[in-house]
Design a protein around this ligand. Structure first.
Ligand SMILES: Nc1ncnc2c1ncn2[C@@H]1O[C@H](COP(=O)(O)OP(=O)(O)O)[C@@H](O)[C@H]1O
Ligand SMILES: [Mg+2]
Length: 270
């Protein structure tokens, strides 16, 4: 594990989708930095452009304007330095846990003995000992998500991008996964950019929270979370920051509501 966290810089990042005559401005002039080994959560209303931002950081999508830099180098295409964990588990159903984690290493033609060592190390890191030979269908949602995290980490990326990875996991397991993720982040020292629409999750995880506006995604506010970990969700500091983030977000949710009502009215009249 030597791929230590790299800094990320989003500079005037803009994405306009064009389809026939229609234009959707998904992201507009988004500018912020994530320091090396920092844990930043991006929070925003559904459909505001969060996934689009992550896809541009990952080099999967070209910005219409502006750029992403990872350690001062402009991102133009996907790179092994950047790992991604999605909400859908996206595991190969026919591969065992070990073989799923090994996938990226096989592509990189890492020698089999080394793959075996590395996969064992990551199985242990995410707490899946004893399930190495299980197939995804035999695992719970939380366990599948751990395989996804282990698979991303096994490539030793310097940046980990996570797109609502715990969105479809039950609340109990979700809290457990959040603690596990922090434990992994603390030992693997990656830079994490984590997308969520849960205020509670963001305040529990992040060093800083970037609150986005309703579409197009712009930075509305950046909120520091100077609470030592492990964090107590019932502490006054925690609740104080929660309320502050909620207030910011609430106004954006309301805007989304207005936009939706306008669209419905327009559709009704047209
Ligand atoms: N490939 C695409 N083509 C056209 N429009 C897209 C595409 N991807 C996303 N969009 C649009 O961009 C906006 C932001 O989407 P997305 O980034 O997925 O939001 P979020 O992840 O915040 O829910 C939405 O209006 C969505 O319909
Ligand atoms: Mg999304």
């Amino acid at each position: 594990m030597d791929g230590h966290g790299a800094g990320i810089e989003l500079r005037d990042l803009t994405k306009i989708f064009r389809k026939d005559w229609r234009e959707v401005v998904a992201v507009e002039s988004l500018t912020f930095r994530v320091e090396p080994e920092e844990f930043v959560c991006m929070l925003g209303p559904s459909g505001c452009g969060k996934t689009t931002v992550l896809r541009m950081v990952a080099g999967l999508e070209r910005p219409t304007r502006g750029s992403v830099f990872i350690d001062q180098k402009e991102v133009n295409s996907p790179s092994p330095e950047v790992g991604m964990v999605f909400q859908e588990f996206a595991l190969f159903p026919w591969r065992t846990v070990r073989k799923n984690i090994a996938f990226g290493l096989e592509i990189k033609k890492v020698p089999p003995e080394k793959i075996s060592l590395l996969t064992s190390e990551y199985v242990q890191l995410v707490g899946l000992e004893g399930f190495e030979d299980a197939h995804p269908k035999e695992l719970s949602g939380g366990m599948k998500q751990r395989v996804g995290i282990a698979r991303a980490l096994a490539n030793d990326p310097r940046v980990l991008l996570m797109d609502e990875p715990f969105g479809s996991i039950d609340a109990q397991t979700r809290n457990l996964m959040q603690r596990e993720l922090l434990r992994i982040w603390e030992s693997a020292r990656k830079t994490v950019l984590f997308v969520t629409h849960s205020v509670d999750e963001a305040v529990f995880l992040a060093d800083r929270i970037v609150v986005l506006t309703a579409r197009p995604a712009k930075v509305r506010e950046v909120i520091d979370v100077p609470i030592p970990r492990p964090r107590d969700r019932t502490s006054p500091e925690f609740i104080g920051i929660r309320v502050k983030v909620l207030e910011e977000l609430q106004e954006e949710f309301e805007k989304t509501g207005v936009l939706e009502r306008q669209a419905v009215a327009k559709a009704g009249s047209g």
